[in-house]
Design a protein around this ligand. Sequence first.
Ligand code: FE2
Length: 247
Amino acid sequence: MASERPGANITRRLSCSNDFVTAWTISKARDYAIDHRAIVINPSARMAWVDAPVPGPLPPRASTILDHVAVSGDLLIVIEIHGDRDVVGRRVRELGWLDYFAPEGRGGEPGDWPQLFRSAQDRVGQVSLDLATLLSQPELANEPVTADVRVNLWYSPAGTDCGIHNQHDFIEAHTQVAGEGRMQKFRAAQPVTLYEDQLMRPGTTNPTPFCRRSADGSLIYPWHQYHADTDCLWLAIEYHLLPDRSG
Ligand SMILES: [Fe+2]
């Protein structure tokens, strides 16, 4: 039994949990039972494993939907959806999620800006990243870099363009939780310059980080945005690189 292993299967409920989503982390997962259909994400840098009739790997930064299996890995995130999904849009407002584009103190009606809502954020642990491999940049040193992993949920209703941007001081990934959307890349900050659409369905994570690391250590992103085709709920996973303290 998973619970009989000392020091293993340390679970923590994430603050974005509510009446339509339950999310938690498992640290040092060892044969942890997934008893209900759930999205399972491996945000760590090492392979996780799914104990099924034919065991299978869940690679670093990948996700899938699992039911009635056991999982093992350094750090896993589990998300269950329940309740009436039609009420999610109303509930995120009632729960006080941040209305991301609402102009502070300037008034206006909610339809005047893109409807994008952000839950509270959790720090879920630290992982060791090999940036040369992760970013497909062999010129980067191969010494592992420690990253602080932070996660939060986002919600947007159908048809929302969530804003083209190209600035982050972290490596970001996104896992679709409910609805269908897309991560889009652009040549410039205008929608007509779209050059890549990564379709997102529940349980998928965009396969590779968007960014490159420059010589000065900063992260260079293409112009990009999330687009909600239907009412969408997705998880942002942020890898904040920590300063090298070895020197
Ligand atoms: Fe972004």
